[in-house]
Design a protein. Structure first.
Length: 321
């Protein structure tokens, strides 16, 4: 039986990874494949490191640099890993990598969601999706509250306007979220890229600019984060209306107002919505929708008696519908 040298864990800063022999009974083909992936990983990390300048990560310029981008020791420092360990990773050595450490490296290199997935795949590490992490962060008492609020619609949103959790009433009101992938469960995407959602929001012409202005204000704290930049890029490319509103540079704070929906099954719904933040410094909030009149209260009760939530497919481009 042959053995390969493998580091059991990522070494903390300032320490040297300890190599231990590990039995390797893999076939030659598997070993060759693994070696090719490690070489690809090394080249990918190097290319991502070289495109980032020190000022982008808040490092002062020090002397003349022989290579573009960050140095390996700077990436290690910013990611909170050992310099030797990161050097071995970028050299394509056969070392073990944890999800947490790889996530820190991805954040340091400012990888977008596609690049992050590529990094985890090359490293052979199972990646928990952003959606799973975000949704898992919603505590169980909040899920219980959502259920207890029915027939009142309610949802939990983060600052990026992702819908992290919602009750059945909200799902019925907006047209079906359960079957959508997490990346499409976003209020901005639904407002600008889903024609059905746009038709339901009676006051869309005034609500949409307000939504964009609130998002821009929230993004001030997240301007360098790839997931936020990718969302803006997608919306600007696929929605002329969003592009126009985004270029106006309006900013607003979230407000408690009234929204009017035209539901195909029960008719007009006038709802007062209220924001409740889930912590003193939290960007995640519970949003409740209460009837603004008795007709809406009766229609909500009828809507919640429905047995089936409409099934939606992946969002399509709404354009100027």
């Amino acid at each position: 039986m042959t053995t390969s040298l493998r580091s059991p864990t990522a070494a903390p800063p300032g320490s040297v990874p300890q190599l231990t022999p590990v039995p390797d009974g893999a076939a030659d083909g598997q070993r060759r494949t693994a070696a090719v992936r490690r070489r690809e990983l090394a080249a990918f990390l190097r290319s991502r490191r070289e495109r980032i300048t020190p000022d982008q990560v808040g490092l002062p310029p020090i002397g003349r640099r022989r290579t573009p981008g960050l140095r390996r020791e700077e990436v290690a420092q910013l990611a909170g890993v050992g310099v030797t360990w990161y050097t071995w990773l970028e050299q394509g050595r056969d070392i073990n990598v944890s999800e947490q450490v790889l996530d820190a490296v991805a954040n340091t290199l400012r990888l977008d969601p596609n690049e992050r997935t590529h990094l985890f795949t090359l490293a052979g590490v199972q990646q928990e999706t952003r959606g799973a992490r975000e949704c898992r962060a919603v505590p169980e008492p909040v899920h219980l509250m959502l259920r207890q609020l029915e027939p009142l619609p309610a949802c939990v949103q983060n600052a990026r306007m992702d819908l992290l959790a919602f009750n059945r009433s909200y799902d019925l009101m907006v047209g079906g979220l359960t079957h959508l992938e997490f990346d499409d469960r976003n209020s901005l995407l639904r407002a600008f890229l889903d024609p059905a959602t746009r038709r339901r929001v009676v006051d869309w012409e005034s609500a949409a600019p307000r939504l964009v202005a609130q998002f821009r204000a929230s993004m001030a704290e997240h301007v360098a984060e790839p997931s936020w930049k990718c969302l803006v890029k997608r919306l600007r490319e696929e929605s002329p209306d969003f592009e126009r509103m985004w270029n106006q540079h309006e900013v607003k704070a979230p407000e408690n107002l009234t929204k009017t929906y035209l539901h195909p099954a029960v008719g007009l719904l006038r709802l007062d919505y209220t924001h409740f933040w889930l912590g003193q410094r939290s960007e995640t909030r519970l949003v409740t929708y209460t009837p603004a009149d008795e007709e809406t209260r009766e229609r909500l009760t009828r809507l919640c008696a429905s047995k089936e939530v409409p099934r939606q497919t992946r969002l399509s481009v709404a354009g100027n519908v």
